[in-house]
Write a protein that binds this ligand. Structure first.
Ligand code: AMP
Length: 285
């Protein structure tokens, strides 16, 4: 496994793989890697001959400076995880490489980026779309892999890839969870032990809402049941708990309920967490 820092080195390594007829899979990350990231590497390796992972904590997508400053950094461990997974190339650029002096362009995604995270983290998806477009341009993969854990992010990137004719397939991969259902996240290490126990309420509430939908309850009833489950946790400050169409992230009708995704964001013990579950496991279109 090679670790490179410059655009020239990443382009050369990918060009070399291409001259050997290899297909290129790409997994962008912000480091602090865990089994959720490893599942993306595994899928990329199963589908492609040559896999590139990037590790870059993107300041442009943080609306809260203390969140950026406190973002976990586990550099040596990250490289070990990539090596064990079988990643071929790690692209770990410096901030100045991605945002050199005078950098002054930003990608502004449309309607799918506006509600939910877009409302609660102003500018977040501009930062995500800008860095992902840059990374896709630098790496030039055939396929890029993203977690459904960040469901709205996946929808935003899908839309950008289509709207801007990026010529890359965007694959959404299932969420990897802890034994009690908590979605794995780099931020989970920031939970105190009490908050860690309470954090399982997000996935429990999502399951409750989905069980209701599958049992034939209305969307309003299922949403109310999920919200009730969230409200039993004293330390959870809920930003949203909604049931929407998985492609548009707008309202979903009762007769298209199999297209539904349940989305939640809550701050538990001072740590903001997001999670979601789909009615069925179909990928976004
Ligand atoms: P991050 O490093 O948090 O920016 O995440 C990098 C990629 O890993 C994104 O596409 C995330 O959606 C994905 N990811 C994060 N957590 C999980 C998880 N628990 N299961 C699957 N994918 C995940």
């Amino acid at each position: 496994m090679r670790v490179v820092k410059t655009p020239l080195d990443v382009r050369r390594a990918v060009a070399d793989a291409r001259t050997h007829g290899r297909t290129i899979g790409f997994v962008p990350t912000m480091g602090a890697l865990h089994d959720g990231h490893a599942s993306l590497f595994a899928r990329a390796l199963a589908d492609n001959h040559f896999v590139v992972a990037s590790i870059f904590v993107n300041p442009m997508q943080f609306n809260d400076p203390s969140d950026l400053a406190g973002y976990p950094k586990t550099e040596a461990n990250d490289e070990a995880i990539c090596r064990v997974a079988g990643v071929d190339l790690v692209f770990r650029p410096d901030n100045d490489t991605i945002y050199p002096e005078g950098f002054d362009t930003r990608v502004v995604p449309g309607s799918v980026a506006r509600p939910f995270e877009g409302e609660h983290r102003i500018g977040h998806f501009d930062g995500v779309a800008t860095v992902v477009l840059k990374l896709l341009n630098l790496v030039g993969p055939d396929v890029a892999y993203f977690g459904r854990k960040d469901f709205q992010q996946l929808a935003v990137i899908r839309r950008m890839a289509r709207d801007l004719n990026l010529g890359v397939s965007i694959i959404g991969c299932p969420t990897v969870r802890e034994a009690d259902g908590l979605a794995m996240s780099s931020r989970n290490v920031k939970l105190s032990s009490d908050a860690r126990t309470e954090a399982a309420c997000l996935s429990r509430a999502l399951s409750i809402a989905l069980d209701r939908l599958r049992a034939g309850d209305s969307i309003a009833e299922a949403r109310a049941a999920g919200r009730r489950a969230m409200s039993t946790i004293p330390d959870a400050d809920v930003d949203y708990f909604e049931i929407v169409d998985r492609n548009s992230l707008g309202p979903v009708s009762e007769d298209m309920v199999q297209q539904a995704v349940v989305l939640v964001a809550a701050t538990v013990g001072g740590v903001r967490l997001i999670d979601n579950m789909q009615y069925d496991e179909g990928d976004l279109t």
